[in-house]
Design a protein around this ligand. Structure first.
Ligand code: SAH
Length: 467
């Protein structure tokens, strides 16, 4: 069998959406994904179901940087052997594959085994650190040269091979893997002629929700970094441009909002949105009761969808029991809001009713305009939905059947967050409110809760997260 081509993809740093479109398209087709531990693991959700996901770090070792030769050898062997089995192997590297990431060793192995390969570039940490801290890498007025180097070995003792006199001549200096040797790096640069008050910024976790920037001068940056207890991964940016950040910094001027819902595609232009979904949507373990309702769906006059997950799981079940959308011909269908309506459109259905006010209450208001006496309504819902909507419809004279079609649980492995770095937390459902309370407790003073829908707002008030 001919070995399959291997892809070495750059995932970008810090957040899952900095990968290129090409990288993402390839990742989605992979049979085997071997990933570096620094990549955002949410990216792995993009792999197809059943793909093997393999971390390239030695098991049980919590090392920060560098990898032992034997571990590197094992990765190389694995990539080669899987490709030879005809599998599509994708190596996912943090940042860009060709910047400080031992890509040449992996390529040498592929060439030795006559396996075709392709490198898909990624956003390197330097670019992300610069963009997300508002520091330009070059500038027409005062920086026409930039150099990238590793600070890994520059601790002032070892012979590093780095010619610091040449490095000091660059206008902008970008140092990877330099946090632990920051004091040695500063000393070397000062000894090599850089002025003591050259501006420096250390950007840790660039692009990530917990990004931190420490600003200082060559003479005091080491002390400042120590004081603030900054951990790798971090990038050091050195040069006049670092001072320009005051004019350029779009991050500081923007409102920062923590978005707790699931909709990855939401993109708001009025602020910087950080996505930490607090809920997880999953299929039920048992569909006996739902499927039996579905088989008699034509007994109903209306189907009311209160969320897009309801829509997605409803149609999944419809397929599972061997039906398709034609069974709904002539039935009336309502959607609670725009995203539910859009989900319906994907199944070829244009909703008969979508309230102006996108909430359960808005739905009820609209239904008040219709004679619901004796009408049979089907409500496919989540296992934790409240009875509010059902009761309101009953009050209007309808006969309501609620049936669970998906599970809504708390997201796992939620990260520690510095909540004070946000201006606002946006809640998209009562479950996001409850899960926030469970995981993070209270909102710091000055951080506002913003709620989508009245039911969510009520829950936020009950949990004392909103006035
Ligand atoms: N190939 C990667 C670099 C790997 S070396 C790239 O192109 O970015 C690992 C170093 O990259 C870290 O020590 C740190 O200096 C830098 N780095 C990686 N991710 C980072 C992040 N999110 N924020 C700041 N620096 C990061």
């Amino acid at each position: 069998m001919k070995a399959k081509k291997v892809y070495l993809i750059g995932a970008g740093p810090g957040r899952p959406d900095l990968i290129t479109v090409r990288g993402l398209n390839i990742l989605r087709q992979a049979d085997v994904v071997v990933y570096d531990y620094l990549i955002d693991k949410k990216l792995l959700d993009e792999a197809k179901p059943g793909a093997s996901l393999i971390s390239s770090e030695p098991l049980g070792k919590k090392r920060y940087s560098g990898r032992s030769c034997s571990a590197q050898k094992k990765i190389n062997e694995l990539v080669v052997s899987e490709a030879k089995k005809g599998k599509c192997v994708v190596r996912v590297k943090n940042g860009d594959p060709s910047v400080f990431s031992r890509v040449s060793e992996e390529i040498a192995e592929l060439i030795k085994n006559r396996i075709e390969f392709e490198i898909v570039p990624g956003v390197t940490a330097a670019n992300a650190a610069a963009a997300f801290s508002g520091i330009p890498l070059t500038d027409r007025r005062n920086s026409s040269s930039v150099v990238f180097l590793t600070g890994h070995e520059s601790n002032g003792k070892k012979e590093t091979g780095i010619d610091w006199n040449s490095i000091a001549k660059f206008d902008s200096i970008v140092i990877y893997m330099g946090v632990n040797n920051i004091s040695g790096i500063a000393t070397r640069l000062i000894e090599s002629g850089k002025p003591l008050d050259t501006a420096v910024a250390l950007v840790s976790n660039a692009g990530d929700i917990n990004q931190k920037t420490v600003r200082g001068r060559l003479k005091n940056i080491a002390a400042k970094v120590k004081e603030q207890d900054i951990e790798p991964p971090a990038i050091l940016l050195i040069g006049k441009n670092v001072g320009l950040e005051r004019d350029f910094n779009w991050i500081k001027k923007n409102k920062r909002v923590l978005f707790t819902g699931l909709s990855k595609e939401r993109f708001f232009t009025d602020a910087t949105y950080c996505h930490i979904p607090l809920i997880k949507i999953e299929p039920l373990d048992d569909y006996k009761e739902f499927d039996s309702r579905l088989r008699k769906i034509r007994d109903f006059d209306w189907i009311v969808f209160a969320s897009r997950y309801g829509v997605e799981h409803f149609f999944q079940r419809l397929r599972e029991i061997g039906y398709d959308t034609r069974v709904l011909n002539g039935m009336k269908i309502a959607a609670v809001g725009t995203s539910t309506k859009t989900s319906l459109l994907a199944f070829g259905i244009s909703a008969d009713l979508v309230p102006q006010r996108e909430s359960s209450e808005g739905l009820v208001e609209e239904f008040k305009k219709i004679d619901l006496k004796g009408k049979r309504i089907f409500l496919p819902r989540s296992d934790i939905s409240d009875k509010g909507l059902e009761k309101e419809f009953q009050r209007l004279g309808a006969i309501v059947t609620t049936s669970f079609v998906y599970k809504n649980t708390i997201a796992k492995d939620l990260p520690d967050l510095d909540l004070t770095s946000f201006d606002e937390v946006m809640f998209t459902s009562p479950s996001t409110v409850r899960n926030f309370k469970k995981r993070y407790g209270r909102l710091p003073e000055n951080v506002k809760a913003k709620c989508i829908g009245d039911v969510t707002l009520r829950e936020a008030r009950r949990c004392r997260l909103s006035d």
